[in-house]
Write a protein that binds this ligand. Structure first.
Ligand SMILES: [Zn+2]
Length: 276
């Protein structure tokens, strides 16, 4: 049994040694495999880097890779930024100018300045308030008053006509609310206070010093040129039903040069024009 017991450790020892050597061999094999794998991995990585480098460069960078030959590494983030920004930059200058170009004509196409002082509509349905207040100035030797803002254009119109040998005279200009009330109550006018355009200071009754205005050269000249100075014939013969006034060839109304031209070209009276 002693032998057996002696043998056993002897037997076990070489077994253990064999096991150990087998383990060592296994470790060596594992190390070899690992090192081979490492070599393959490193070699494969180098191989892939060297061989597929051209492929990756072509695939990712495309044609732009040629431009960034000197800076290969920093070119990677720059190239996609350039590719994104390039289509954006031409879109901006194309899209931005298109908006105002399209909108401006629409806005300016029919800009009736309804709230402007020179576009105020005065008639029986639209009387001026009793406290309507304007600054007036005299425009002739008789002291006829008009809204101070139209005096320059009015005097320029009269001067232009007179330079062509015409002779204008102003019969009526501004009439105050109180004066209109006085005339109305005295039966001198059918227009109630505030309903006469003369209460606005924007209207004149004009004539010629030589006699009858209707059919005169002064009338013909005004029908041709009054709009150039901001005036329109306010009560045309073909608009009596709309204006409520009989034909008054002598009554001109200031609306500003721009609107006077538009109204003249439209063939509308002021009521129709503002009702657009
Ligand atoms: Zn008048």
């Amino acid at each position: 049994m002693t032998n057996g017991t002696r043998i056993d450790p002897e037997v076990r020892e070489p077994r253990a040694i064999k096991i150990k050597t087998q383990k060592r061999k296994g470790k060596k094999i594992a190390l070899i495999i690992l090192s081979v794998l490492l070599v393959i991995a490193i070699g494969g990585g180098i191989f892939a880097f060297v061989n597929f480098g051209d492929y990756f460069e072509f695939d990712q960078f495309g044609k732009t890779a040629e431009k960034s030959d000197t800076d290969e590494e920093p070119s990677e983030p720059e190239v996609p930024q350039e590719n994104v920004s390039e289509p954006e930059t031409p879109e901006k200058p194309e899209s931005l100018p298109e908006v105002p170009v399209v909108e401006d004509p629409i806005i300016e196409e029919n800009p009736i300045p309804r709230e402007e002082w020179f576009m105020v509509l005065v008639n029986a349905q639209n009387p001026l308030p009793e406290d309507y207040n304007i600054e007036t100035v005299s425009v002739d030797a008789k002291g006829h008053l008009v809204d101070a803002r139209i005096a320059e254009d009015l005097l320029a119109m009269i001067a232009a006509g007179e330079s062509e040998g015409l002779d204008f005279v102003i019969h009526t200009a501004f009439r105050s609310y109180e004066k209109q009330k006085e005339f109305y109550e005295a039966g001198k006018t059918g227009a109630a206070p505030g309903t006469s355009e003369h209460n606005s200071g924007l209207a004149i009754d004009i004539g010629c010093a030589r006699g009858e205005f209707e059919g005169s050269p002064e009338e013909a000249w005004l029908l041709e040129h009054a709009h150039e100075y901001g005036f329109i014939l306010r009560y045309p013969a073909d608009k009596v039903d709309i204006t409520g006034f009989a034909y008054e060839p002598w009554h001109f109304r200031y609306v500003g040069k721009e609107q006077a031209l538009l109204i003249k070209e439209s063939g509308l009276c002021l009521e129709e024009y503002l009702a657009q």
